[in-house]
Design a binder for this molecule. Structure first.
Ligand code: BGC
Length: 752
């Protein structure tokens, strides 16, 4: 085997290419049919045009049958094509062929730090969308993970804009290369579920551009994303579905977006606001963008040219995406073997080895009896959590994966260990001994005793803890990071009888590990890892492959250490007006519309102040010198990697770094190398370090590879609020190359 291989990884090469051919080149592809489209619009009645501006069914908006224009079919998104619902809602339609591949959820995909896998993932989603006759995938979900407790942390990618943006771009390209449009969501600053329908996110322009909008910008400008979903919340005073700055100035103006914007479901708030400030399609309902638009055009309050413009933007996507005829769609099972394979590959590379004291992993050949403890080893994670649930064709649970891999040579026993908390609305604790009535219920003595008995007799204990999709879910944020239903007590009791405890966390976001960590010599972050999650986990635990995932977010020691909490910006206790309050406020339901309007107008308007600015995630921890439990980018392997001397240079267009990466172990393995920068003597305020380039590199056992990383100068710019433009400040830069944000192996200084 040739052990000396050389690879060149040009992070940001795509950006250059895009820049060479004009920044909006991929978007310009959407305008190819504008002449034809205008001719079609000329034949449409006002009613036909307006019918395109709102939902037709819960998951479609209208075309014009008379003119051969097909309806637009949408699908959640983002981790598998969601099961078919009845036309007017999410109730399952009871189809036979709509079982899809369940792909690893967002934070798991991000933990791969692999642009190639993000692309493959997108192709898998695109392939299955086409089989179901879907034109638009409601995803990827690419908001920044601002809060560790965020209900949608598991859906989103990362706390870091560069990592999120790189993966969002490749996911977008993968989907669209398969002939389906993405719908980037939720644009923008949708970082909390608390009061999500009404909260006003107050965020300064520089933070907005550099942190919260970055993933959207790359997916639109470089990826040519064809549609965008406006978020439920407000940003700086205006709802996202009628936010002139976000939709017309930034998205269409600065980024050259040529496609269409749909509101999040139920997130349209007015006729004039939406029409004048950038929305194309009201999802769902027609009370704002239906008859009121027709009336407004007839009275002259709105121009028909504005309606034409909105229809043109929708038709551009309709023309770019081939409609699948009804008799062709849904004739095959949605889940395809090639997509299941993609799901497995992503899962394999996502698993993060957080700790491995005494090399307790991989499972040694001497282990003949394993006790698997914890319901998270058997609970399926495909459904729940809101719109991102999937009806999977199959899902290999961790216990199944372990049993299959262990074979006959190893005896695997199982005990549930703790009760599962299935959320407030479901579950009957009295009727089912495995179901808890409250999230903070202590451990159950009978379940604990059973688990301890198994642990005593085993050579190795694998404890499965974490959360579930009722705890981490759309619609609410977690109240704390504490592990639910007495899991800490269980793991301590297990460790007391058998110190060989491996803890596997099955969750989408971080959890509080202060009690569990001291008694677990090994800890693995196993995620909600899709259809083949259990297979991938077993491969890693048994050492068939080396773990190579890296954390896409910080694991704080304590929740209060994280920025929004430390500054008192979250939780904001105001329970104010909320989009969904009609669902649970009986008092409002009983009022007349006039009474209700008056009541709502008098309610407090919840605000979320982003005073931490750019200091999101590790940017905060590093700048404030607060030690997290596990840092952003952290993840161990079964091998060690040597980082050779770094050569750094500042060229015409970019900073370049190269070094030799050596796999010092006895098995092939991947390493995710990370390049951060620290600004020296800058006039502008910066965090202590920022990720600017990364690469996943495969190195054979005992081998070496030369790795080249590049930071285009464009990526070093900041948003100059005085000039209202991007600006580059030349100067000195410290380059920090390492295996994690807190594991910097090489430093160099360049001037540019
Ligand atoms: C979610 C979106 C989802 C939509 C349709 C909304 O509640 O916020 O992410 O795509 O529902 O299911």
């Amino acid at each position: 085997m040739n052990q000396l291989q050389s690879i060149v990884i040009l992070a940001g090469a795509a950006l250059w290419l895009a820049a060479c051919s004009g920044p909006a080149a991929p978007q310009d592809r959407l305008t190819a049919n504008d002449k034809k489209i205008d001719a079609v619009i000329a034949q449409m009645t006002l009613e036909e045009k307006v019918a395109m501006l709102h939902s037709k069914t819960n998951m479609s908006s209208a075309g014009v049958e008379r003119l051969g224009i097909a309806d637009m079919h949408y699908a959640d998104g983002p981790f598998g094509i969601r099961e078919e619902g009845v036309p007017d809602g999410f109730t399952p339609a009871g189809w036979q062929l709509d079982s899809a591949t369940y792909f690893p959820t967002g934070s798991a995909l991000a933990a791969t730090w692999s642009e190639d896998l993000a692309y493959l993932y997108g192709t898998g989603m695109g392939i299955e969308a086409r089989l179901r006759g879907k034109d638009v995938i409601l995803g990827p979900a690419i908001n920044i993970q601002r809060l560790p407790v965020g209900g949608r942390t598991y859906e989103y990618l990362s706390e870091d804009p560069a990592l999120s943006a790189a993966l969002a771009l490749r996911y977008t390209q993968g989907v669209q290369d398969k002939g389906t449009a993405v719908c980037l969501k939720h644009y923008a600053v949708n970082n909390q579920e608390t009061n999500r329908g009404s909260v006003n996110a107050i965020v300064d322009e520089r933070t907005l551009r550099e942190i919260y909008l970055k993933p959207f910008e790359r997916a639109v400008v470089e990826g040519g994303a064809m549609s965008v979903m406006s978020a439920y919340n407000k940003v700086n005073g205006d709802y996202c579905s009628e936010n002139e700055h976000l939709l017309n100035e930034v998205l269409r103006g600065d980024w050259g977006f040529k496609g269409f914007v749909v509101s999040d479901w139920g997130g349209t708030h007015s006729t004039m606001g939406a029409m004048l400030h950038g929305l194309n399609v009201q999802m769902t309902g027609s009370h704002y963008l239906g008859q009121p638009v027709i009336d407004s055009v007839r009275t002259g309050a709105l121009t028909e040219e504005l309606v034409n413009e909105k229809v043109r933007q929708i038709l551009r996507v309709r023309y770019a995406i081939e409609a699948i005829p009804d008799d062709v769609a849904n004739t095959k099972m949605t889940s395809q073997p090639e997509c299941q394979e993609i799901a497995r590959k992503v899962a394999e590379k996502s698993i993060v080895l957080l700790k491995n004291e005494g090399g307790i992993l991989p499972v040694s050949r001497d282990v003949k009896k394993i006790a698997v403890i914890g319901q998270n080893a058997v609970l399926k994670t495909q459904s729940g959590g809101g719109g991102a649930g999937v009806k999977a064709l199959y899902e290999i649970t961790p216990l199944q994966g372990i049993r299959t891999r262990a074979g006959d040579a190893v005896q695997v026993t199982y005990a549930p260990g703790y009760r599962n908390f299935p959320g407030r609305r479901r579950g009957n604790a009295q009727a089912d001994p495995l179901v808890a009535a409250a999230i903070d219920e202590p451990s159950d003595p009978a379940l604990l005793a059973e688990a301890v008995a198994l642990a005593k007799e085993a050579d190795l204990v694998i404890f499965f803890g974490g959360t579930n999709k009722s705890i981490e879910t759309e619609g609410s944020d977690r109240a704390s990071l504490r592990l639910p239903t007495g899991q800490d007590e269980v793991v301590k009791a297990l460790a007391a009888v058998n110190p060989r405890v491996v803890t596997v966390l099955i969750s989408g976001g971080p959890t509080d590990l202060r009690e569990l960590e001291p008694v677990s010599p090994a800890i693995v972050q196993g995620w909600w890892n899709g259809t083949e999650g259990g297979t991938a986990l077993a491969e890693v635990l048994f050492g068939d492959i080396a773990p190579s995932g890296k954390l896409p977010f910080t694991f704080p020691m304590r929740l209060e250490d994280s920025p929004a909490f430390a500054l008192g910006n979250f939780p904001n206790k105001i329970a104010g007006q909320d989009l969904f309050m009609m669902l649970y406020r009986d008092d409002l339901q009983k009022m007349t519309p006039e009474e209700r309007r008056a009541q709502i107008a008098a309610m407090p308007q919840p605000e979320s102040v982003y005073s931490e600015g750019q200091l999101v995630g590790y940017r905060w921890f590093d700048t404030k010198e607060i030690k997290p439990l596990y840092a952003f980018g952290h993840g161990l392997s079964y091998v060690t990697f040597g980082y050779g001397a770094m050569k750094a240079s500042a060229g015409k267009e970019a900073v370049q770094v190269s070094f030799e990466l050596a796999n010092e172990g006895a098995m092939d393995a991947d390493e995710v190398v990370q390049l951060y920068v620290r600004r020296i003597d800058s006039k502008v305020a910066w965090p202590a370090k920022e990720l600017k380039a990364f690469a996943r590199v495969n190195v054979p056992a005992g081998g070496r590879q030369t790795v080249t990383l590049s930071i285009p100068y464009d990526d070093l710019r900041y948003w100059d609020v005085d000039k209202d433009a991007w600006a580059l400040e030349h100067g000195r830069l410290e380059l920090l190359l390492g295996a994690a944000s807190d594991d910097i192996r090489q430093k160099a200084e360049v001037s540019f």
